[in-house]
Design a protein around this ligand. Structure first.
Ligand code: PGA
Length: 258
């Protein structure tokens, strides 16, 4: 199965000009490279989705949205739905990112409704989970992850679980340049699989796609992805530089840093 590198551009690229520059650099960075073992996904802000899909999709890159609302259409001022993003070429949607949970008060039950809506529209949810530093210090990481998974996946069938990507992002590692060790990441992967065995089955847990996110770069990727045997990475800051992002994709493709 292919590994994933998902770039979360967050609230960046503030003008069409910046966006065009990004496309140019991306094209240059991709020149002459083939990624048979890695799926590249970029998640730009909603205003850029259509343009990203039109400009980058023909190449080796798939497009994801950073967020959607769970309703289909109607009087929900300021929101964008799964069908809307699907209709402009989006295939993936980040759901429950820690910044959405923190700044927009997204709860596990809202995250669950969004996952259902994304699946209904035949898009792939990238379901983000992770503990805060306080929760880690209080040694309740296991409880936090267990409840995020149980509530986020409430009512999701076995057939649908196979269509979901899970991204483990310890919140204390996002934007901080502090990362867990390979053993710590592996421990979380095992915990997530154990929860999936209990909730679903061994077969589905084995097949589950689990990414790592939080301060991934060329120096940390060995530890947080290669040595911990993750199915790929969710990348924030490094996705703002196409060169760095493509370099990470090459490392994953090779399976070694150099
Ligand atoms: P970072 O962000 O790579 O800048 O730490 C990761 C994320 O928020 O997905």
């Amino acid at each position: 199965m292919k590994k994933f590198i998902v770039g979360n551009l967050k609230m960046n690229l503030i003008s069409p000009r910046e966006r065009e520059q990004y496309f140019k650099s991306f094209e240059q960075a991709l020149k002459g490279k083939k990624f048979s073992a890695v799926e590249l996904v970029l998640c730009p802000p909603a205003v850029h989705l259509e343009s990203f899909a039109n400009n980058l999709k023909k190449g080796a890159v798939k497009i994801g949205a950073q967020n959607v609302f769970f309703e289909e259409k109607g009087a929900f001022t300021g929101e964008v739905s799964s069908s809307m993003v699907k209709n402009v070429g989006v295939e993936f949607v980040l759901v429950g990112h820690s910044e959405r949970r923190r700044y927009f008060s997204e709860t596990d039950s809202l995250v669950n409704e969004k996952i259902q809506a994304v699946l209904k529209n035949k898009l792939t949810p990238i379901f983000c989970i992770g503990e805060t530093i306080e929760e880690r210090k209080r040694e309740i990481t296991q409880e936090v992850i267990t409840s995020q998974l149980h509530e986020g996946l409430d009512g999701i069938s076995s057939a649908n679980l196979e269509k979901i990507i899970i991204a483990y992002e310890p919140i204390w590692a996002v934007g901080t340049n502090i990362v867990p060790t390979a053993d710590e990441v592996l421990e979380m992967k095992i915990l997530i699989k154990k929860i999936l065995v209990e909730k679903y089955s061994l077969r589905l847990a084995e097949k589950a796609t689990i990414l790592y996110g939080g301060s991934v770069n060329a120096r940390t990727i060995k530890e947080v992805c290669l040595d911990s045997d993750m199915d790929g990475v969710l990348v924030g800051r490094e996705s703002l530089s196409p060169r760095d992002f493509v370099q990470l994709a090459e490392i994953i493709q090779r399976g070694s840093v150099k």
